[in-house]
Design a protein around this ligand. Structure first.
Ligand code: UTP
Length: 314
């Protein structure tokens, strides 16, 4: 592939049906829970975090899922496999709803591939490990830590439609308060927001509020052109001695242009203990069995700790 040639090696409006899901991280913020269990298998109500990501992506039109794994992540593969013994037992006991929940996690036309990252050399490296399957096709990247609600439509689906219409890569962006730009990669706009998206010319990594080109932070969904593959193949380790996905995105923004799509739904960062607890409460409150029992408990507990002004008990 010729990096000097700015022409696309792909048809710009090719359909997007493949997703890379990096899940090789160590999950240090959840230790000791993640000592022997993948972070992606922590449950939000009764489903592991990664299942939310795959369901969202399937709804958006993704049919091939490339999951980037590492040491100690086998539970994820087992979760999406057909569980013969369990299925047989549930069938014999007549537990048909439970049987359905373990045998039909994804529709039959979804295909899952797993590849190991080997060394945790950063998000860009993890994504590049998936290119053996995506080849010269455009692809989606989903960070499974982020659970995106869909009450206001499927944001990923809208991003894919934007890519297929414009031929430009798309990143999901969330407007954050100015004082929080130091925690995120921030979009550098080249035009105004029109119909929920804006053109961008680059990205600034964790800028101070006074240096931030916008308040639009990159969050865990991307629709990327095949050119990213070329840049990642040639990438040198950057910040933190890791291969950064945003470095490749910045190069693509300079040659092909890029779009930011403004998030239309609530997002929970389940890679963080606070976001994870919030996600559990949010989904539990929509469950007809849990909600009526949980609500009075929450109100009582909040009142109790409010009175005591203590963060924790025991
Ligand atoms: P994070 O840095 O948030 O995840 O990476 P982490 O390393 O698992 O978590 P902490 O910070 O130690 O608690 C964002 C996403 O990128 C993946 C992670 O699995 C996560 O989904 N990732 C990151 C990789 O797959 N490989 C890497 O080398 C780095």
């Amino acid at each position: 592939m010729n990096l000097q040639n700015p022409k696309l090696t792909e048809a710009p409006h090719r359909k997007v049906t493949k997703a890379i899901i990096p899940a090789a991280g160590l999950g240090t913020r959840f230790l000791p829970a993640t000592k022997a269990m993948p972070k992606e298998m922590l449950t939000v109500v009764n489903k592991p975090i990664i299942q939310y990501a795959l369901e969202e992506a399937y709804e958006a039109g993704i049919r091939e899922f490339i999951i980037i794994t590492g040491r100690g992540k086998a539970a994820m593969e087992n979760h999406f496999d057909y569980p013969y013994e369990l299925a047989d037992t549930l069938q014999k006991k007549g537990k048909l709803a439970e049987l359905e929940s373990v045998t039909n996690i994804l529709p039959k036309d979804a295909r899952l591939y797993y590849t190991r990252q080997g060394e945790p050399l950063g998000l860009g490296h993890a994504v590049h490990c998936g290119h053996v399957i995506t080849g010269d096709d455009p692809f989606v990247v989903i960070l499974p830590d982020d659970i995106l609600c869909r009450s206001n439509g499927n944001d990923l689906k809208a991003m894919i439609e934007l890519y297929e219409r414009t031929g430009q890569s798309v990143v999901l962006a969330e407007e954050v308060p100015l004082e929080r730009t130091v925690n995120y990669g921030i979009c550098d706009p080249s035009g105004p927001i029109v119909n929920g998206s804006m053109p961008i010319k680059g990205f600034v990594e964790k800028p101070k509020p006074e240096d931030a080109p916008s308040r639009c932070a990159i969050v865990g969904r991307y629709v990327l052109s095949a050119r990213h593959r070329q840049y990642l193949a040639n990438a040198k380790p950057g910040k933190g001695n890791e291969i950064q996905l945003t470095d490749a995105m910045a190069q693509v923004a300079a040659t092909e242009g890029f779009q930011a799509y403004l998030q239309q739904n609530t997002r929970f960062d389940c890679g963080d203990k606070v976001g994870f607890q919030m996600a559990n409460l949010y989904f539990a409150m929509q469950d007809p069995y849990i909600a009526p029992r949980l609500m009075p408990f929450l109100q009582e507990t909040a009142a109790k700790f409010e009175r005591r002004k203590e963060p924790r008990e025991g």
